[in-house]
Design a protein around this ligand. Structure first.
Ligand code: A2P
Length: 278
């Protein structure tokens, strides 16, 4: 991994849609931890804190002595992202997660509170040791520029480390210009929903190509995202076998002919598109 990134692995476990009552979630997160996942992504929004609670139970069962090896990412909702609201939201996330700090804390998407207020709160949280790094999610290139400008105004030199965005074969908008900008300005990219929320895996071309390569469709989709060396992907699964197969995709490299077949089915963007959000 690039020395500038806080992430200890290129594939992490996404938890959007967890904590909503699926009884597979707790054993799934424990399974992921026992099988080598070191990165878990969550948010206060997911199941209104339910995802963080189930992660907290899994961390406890796994053994808190392993906590230093892990990277836990959570996010503040835009409505909570005022100067004091961000601090309160982070403390509540830590309470649900049952851990003393977050490795990375993100603004989930931009909202009504000025970016500078969220930023000031992030700096306070970092100074208090409640977060190690901070970043953003679902910001487009213009918003990222505003964010960096706010950091400059506040004299912050070690600012946001990542922008987490929707990115998969069927959602390539960031490739037009944003990805290059993020690289040039020190933002590592976290790809959420790298499996297209599961839909991509039912595409006949994806299924055929994966079979030709002796991969599963999910491994193909993940290896495709990870062809960008600075990118991290966070597929969600509550299924133990899928959790294991997804992690193994980090070892797969796709050749030029495979990438060309994917481009033919899912062409790269020819113009700037609005950023998808969820
Ligand atoms: P499940 O949790 O039952 O495994 P994304 O991360 O792009 O949002 O996709 C998540 C969706 O993809 C979930 O519905 C998840 O279902 C499904 N999924 C995750 N990994 C795999 C896999 N290896 N094979 C098939 N479906 C998967």
């Amino acid at each position: 991994m690039n020395a500038a990134t806080p992430f200890p692995a290129r594939i992490g476990l996404g938890t959007w849609k967890m904590g909503e009552g699926d009884r597979r979630d707790l054993p799934a997160i424990r399974h992921a931890l026992e099988h080598g996942y070191r990165l878990i992504d969550t948010a206060e929004m997911y199941a209104q804190g339910g995802a963080e609670r189930v992660i907290g139970k899994a961390l406890l069962a796994h053994g808190l002595q392993h906590r230093p090896r892990l990277c836990i990412v959570s996010k503040v909702l835009p409505d909570n992202a005022s100067r004091h609201g961000t601090v309160r939201a982070c403390e509540a996330s830590l309470e649900r997660l049952g851990c003393g700090y977050l490795d990375v804390y993100l603004l989930h998407w931009p909202g009504r509170h000025p970016l500078a207020q969220t930023l000031e709160a992030f700096v306070e949280l970092r100074e208090r040791g409640l977060i190690r790094h901070f970043g953003v999610s679902n910001l487009d290139a213009g918003e990222l520029q505003q964010w960096r400008a706010a950091e400059r105004t506040l004299g912050i030199t070690d600012g946001a480390c990542t922008n987490q965005v929707y990115y998969c074969m069927a959602q390539r908008g960031i490739e037009f210009a944003q990805l290059a900008w993020q690289r040039a300005h020190g933002f590592c990219t976290m790809a959420y929903s790298p499996l297209g929320q599961g839909d991509l895996l039912r595409d006949p071309m994806v299924k055929q190509l994966a079979a030709d390569l002796k991969l599963t469709p999910a491994q193909l989709a993940l290896a495709w995202v990870l062809r960008h060396p600075e990118m991290v992907a966070i597929p969600k699964s509550s299924d133990p076998q899928r959790i294991e197969q997804n992690l193994r995709a980090a070892d797969v490299t796709l050749d030029a002919a495979t990438l060309a077949r994917i481009d033919a089915r899912f062409p790269p963007p020819r113009a700037e598109l609005p950023l998808a959000t969820s």
